[in-house]
Design a protein around this ligand. Sequence first.
Ligand code: SAM
Length: 245
Amino acid sequence: MENSLDTPGREEVDDTVSQQDRVVSEEEWLKKWQLRNIGFHNEEGHLLLKKYLDIFLGGRNGLKIFFPLCGKAVEMKWLADMGHHIVGVEISEIALKEFFTEQNLSYSEETVPEIPGAKLMKNTSGNISLYCCSLYDLTSSVAGKFDAIWDRGSLVAINPCDRERYANLMISLMNKSCCYLLVTVSYDPSKHAGPPFYVSDSEVKKLFGQCCDIKLLEKIDGLMERHKAWGLDYLWEVMYTIVLK
Ligand SMILES: C[S@@+](CC[C@H](N)C(=O)[O-])C[C@H]1O[C@@H](n2cnc3c(N)ncnc32)[C@H](O)[C@@H]1O
C-alpha cells in the first residue's frame, strides 16, 4: 500500500478478539430503520467525496456509479444531478422510500426476475436505480459492472466474517477503469462492538491487495458526539482509492 500516513493516536489495533465474531442480522438493520436508529445518515454529504471528486470521476462523464448498502445517501442525488447514473442496493425499503421522498423524486417499482422478492425502484428520469434486496443477491449479471464505487458506511457495516465475500463481490463489479473510493473507520474496538466495525489498513490490503492497487488518500478526525457516547475518544475516517491492477 502506498502513502501510509502517520497519524498520532491511530496505531493499528488488534480487532481479532473484540469484533471478529459479531454478527448484525438483516432483521436488525431493518429494525434500525423502523426505530429511527439511523445516526449514520449524513444529511450534508461526505466532505471527502467532495474533496476527492476529481479523482473519483477522473474527468469522465456519464459514469455508472455503485452505492453498496446505500441507505438514503444524499450523494446519490448529488452525483445523478451531475449527469451520472446511480445504482444502489439496500435491504430496507423504508430507507429507499425516504430517499426518493426527501429528494423530491417520483419513482416506480418493478420486480427483478433474477432475484426473487427483490424490488427495483427507479426515479422517473431513470438515472437512479435502487435495488431493495440483500447486497449478496446482486451480481454483475444483474447489475453489470461499474465505472466508480462509493463505499461509505458499507464495508464497515458488513459483519467481519463476511468481509472476504463482500470484497470479492466488489471486485467482480468493477470494470477495468473503475475508481473505488472506500471510507473505513478506525477506533479502539475494545470500546465499541460495532457497527461500524473497525477496519485496519492491513485488513484493506488483505481483502483487496491481490487484485487491486490501493492508495491511502487521507485520514480525518471523524469523532462526533454519538461516538463519544459509545465511549470512544478517537475515531478516524480513512479514505482509500482502489483500482484493478
Ligand atoms: C451504516 S448504513 C450506511 C448507509 C449509507 N451507505 C450511508 O452512507 O448513509 C448501512 C446500511 O446497510 C444496509 N444493509 C445492511 N446489510 C445489508 C445487506 N446485506 N444488503 C443490503 N443492505 C444492507 C442497512 O439497512 C443500512 O442502511
